[in-house]
Write a protein that binds this ligand. Structure first.
Ligand code: FNR
Length: 367
């Protein structure tokens, strides 16, 4: 179907999956173990309801905000996800172009199929094309602390020296989660999508140093050279507190799209719980959420409980796989119109007017 006819992220997913090879479809869609957490991610947004305010002038709406210290047109960003090339020959570059054109921040995975240098070159090209007098497109680089610290250090230094505005340290992947569906399919279908050569799907073991700990932060901070660091894959309130004590800029409450620890709590439920227990903490450090965000109203629920913004992973992999850069732009435009309409119907004109009293949760959060 033509990309303009697709009306929701779910329709984009269906269109993409209809022509992706079984192996790529599995790689993007896979979850750990029984997929409980991946299902929960989507469902956790259904447990809360919004409380709109009425009789307010909502003729002019601005969904702009600042994420990771960078201006953003919307309270959403591209969550770093690996191997975009499996779905489309231009892979991550599609995302760079689509994000640049719509004023969205791109999170670049440490396991991207294109090199960081290539992606940064594309960013420079886009900045030139869009004539953005000096302000660079928002780009954050995701780091894994690898067993090879020198390699990690070289990557961070390259990202920092070329003007990546923030670093995301992913901390929920000290071992790769067990994806049973991928085990099943291994070796059966080697093909990628039409016209795409199948490269090796990155296998992570060498990537992740199981010895990684809070004690590594001084080293990372030093090489980050003042670029803010955010922890991705946080669930427990005490880890948010530790991040604050270690003077990190913030945390992303996430379970890696349900691909790591199955039966882990969802990012949105963590936000609910942490907000309920210590609302001030959510102001003291920047809090982000990802996992299962598919509608503008999901975004607004998280924003209401104090999230600065939310990340989406699979929707951008799917949309670039099916339609390249145009798919990425379509996904963002759909979300934009849903966010703007949601704000109008909620009776707010700016994101800071979306407040905790506007969400009610139907079920107690279990701790
Ligand atoms: C991911 N994610 C991820 N996260 C990360 O920090 N580094 C990575 O390399 C990857 N790679 C990756 C690959 C694929 C195929 C997926 C689906 C996800 C996790 C990602 O950033 C994000 O946390 C989730 O995708 C969010 O959930 P949704 O939006 O996919 O439901």
């Amino acid at each position: 179907p033509a990309v303009e006819t697709l009306l929701s992220l779910e329709e984009l997913q269906q269109a993409a999956e209809s022509f992706m090879s079984p192996r790529v479809k599995d790689y993007y869609g896979a979850a750990a173990n029984d997929g409980y957490t991946m299902q929960d991610n989507r469902n956790s947004f259904r447990k809360c309801r919004l409380l709109p305010r009425v009789m307010r002038d909502v003729s002019s709406i601005s969904p702009q905000t600042t994420l990771f210290g960078i201006r953003s047109a919307l309270p959403i960003y591209v969550s770093p996800a690996s191997n975009a090339l499996l779905g489309h020959p231009e892979g991550e570059l599609n995302i760079t172009r689509g994000a640049a054109r719509t004023g969205i921040i791109q999170g670049v995975s440490a396991a991207s199929s294109f090199s960081l240098g290539d992606i940064l070159d594309e960013r420079d090209e886009m900045d030139k094309e869009l004539e953005k007098d000096g302000t660079k497109m928002g780009m954050v680089y995701q780091v894994y602390v690898q067993t090879d610290r020198e390699k990690t250090e070289a990557q961070v230094r390259e990202a920092v020296s070329r003007g990546v505005q923030a670093l995301i340290l992913t901390v929920d992947t000290n071992v790769l989660g067990y994806r049973q569906s991928t085990e099943k399919i291994k070796g059966t279908t080697g093909d990628a999508s039409p016209g795409v050569r199948m490269g090796p799907i990155t296998d992570y073991p060498a990537y992740h140093d199981a010895r990684q700990s809070w004690g590594d932060l001084p080293w990372l901070k030093k090489i980050a050279n003042g670029v803010p660091i955010y922890l991705k894959g946080v669930c427990h309130i005490d880890d948010v507190r530790l991040a604050k004590e270690h003077q990190l800029a913030g945390c992303i409450l996430s379970n890696h799209g349900g691909r790591q620890l199955d039966q882990a709590r969802t990012g949105f439920d963590s936000l609910r719980s942490i907000h309920a227990e210590d609302p001030q903490l959510v102001n003291d450090v920047e809090i982000y959420v990802d996992g299962g965000v598919r509608r503008g109203t999901d975004v607004l629920q998280a924003v209401a409980l104090g999230a600065k913004g939310v990340g989406l992973g699979r929707p951008f992999l799917w949309s670039q796989a099916a339609y390249g850069e145009k798919g990425v732009i379509r996904a963002i435009r759909i979300l934009e119109s849903e966010i703007v309409m949601g704000m109008r119907l909620l009776g707010v004109t700016k994101l800071d007017q979306v407040t905790p009293d506007m969400v009610e949760c139907l079920q107690e959060v279990w701790r």
